[in-house]
Design a protein around this ligand. Sequence first.
Ligand code: N01
Length: 509
Amino acid sequence: MTSTLENQSATVPTALRDVRVAIIGSGFAGLGMAIALRRRGETDFVVLERAGDVGGTWRDNTYPGAACDVQSNLYSFSFAQNPGWGRSYSEQPEIQAYLQRTADRFDVRRHCVFGSDVTSARWDDAAQRWHVSTTAGDFRARVLVSAAGALADPTYPDIPGLDSFAGTVMHSARWDAGHDLTGERVAVIGTGASAIQVVPAIQPVVGSIAVYQRTPAWVVPRTDHPVKPWMQKLYRFVPGFQNAIRACLYLFREFLVIGMAKNRRFLKPVGKLARAHLHRQVRDPKLRKALTPDYTIGCKRILISNDYFPAVAAPNAELVTAGIQEIRPHSIVTVDGVERPTDTIVLATGFHVTDLPIAEKICGRDGRSLAEVWANGMVSNKSAAVAGFPNMFLLVGPNVGVGHTSMVYMIESQVAYVDDALRTMDAEGLAVLETTPQAQEAWRSLIAEKSKGTVWLAGGCASWYLDEHGHNTTLWPDFTFRFRRLTRTLDRDNYVGVPAGTQRPEVAA
Ligand code: N01
């Protein structure tokens, strides 16, 4: 999806360019941050975007059937609601168009430097600036905000022979719209949120489809429907009406936290709903059994779909539960020795979430990268700042993910926190603001304490919510309004500030 406005971006620099704030990424988080700055009159900032348009994951995930599993009335900025949503759960093109319109409405596109892939960002302690190198030139920024996102870089599975495959291989997040699947023998690897959308979208046109399932997912009905014109009018003309709907959706979804994080008994009705859904949609007991998860609902993301099970049960579809042994130039072989001829492989295998690639590129005061500092797991203060990384803030970083509600709510909470940090720097005349290791440790302990006994840790599944050490470093393990309350303003006591014109004592010494 390319906007006609994409060429109106900030002039690509030829020399080092000084800016107050450099934001990495222009998805919901990067745009939200840019809009917050614009709304209070700040113009000295750039948004570094590696692609040619705004939108982030909603720009990149163009696979057939891509849609949001949170209602659009909630999955949108609170300050830029859209009375014109065409469906209750919008599809990717409508969300991407919303993000493009919102970028234009708040005039942030002029700050975007498209085609600027960040190759490194290094803190220069003497200059008290970030030196950011991109494929479109270098920048020096007082403050760096990484809004690169957690669903930005696809994961490619390490399956023997994948490189030798002679047909087409595409990741769900890098869809090749020019490739015609009509009549082909297609393999879909993975059964997560992306797979359950792409499988029913392509199953009617392909010759045959084999869905390679490692772990079945809990799936509940999707109450999607077109939004009637009279409803859109109510949204547009009745003050507060859309806000009221949004609030109801928000509260309803927060109830899920009780079951997921407080008392798993409250998940039982949701589990029953999912079982009944499977029972209703899949008649074949063998297939039904293969599609039934053996872990507590909520441990992995709860998926919503009305057409995934019927697609898997269709005559031209096969659910493959045997593990993949190897991929040959024209087939996939499973551990039971069966070889399935294959023309195209769709990798719906997810993203680098607990090992964010951007973390390898950002280096702090001692020269170590965030990835090195996070070798034992991602840590932060308030999910936004990391000790040793002055004047750097993270959006959609550690422990802000949510499995039950709108990520945009969390993003808005984070943007307010970072914006308060920037205003604090101005108010106090600070050149440097850096969080303390103690604050970071306190936040880590709080997360660990809140995560104890949650369905994500104790639900009996393996998921990308947990890192390789089994720690929850991705999800916020409580009600989202609590996150907002804890991050409403900058916790100034947890930061060391260096006034402009001075150096940190050990640097000056
Ligand atoms: O990725 P996933 P996704 N061999 O990581 C399997 C968001 N999203 O792209 O479960 C075989 O969830 C893996 O198996 P297992 C949403 O936040 C939102 O689907 O690990 N299989 C799993 O089935 C979501 O959570 C929407 O055993 C392999 C699948 O691949 C996030 O994106 C829509 C494998 C990966 O599932 C990611 O979802 C779409 C291997 N080597 C996505 N490696 C909305 O509607 C992995 N798998 C908002």
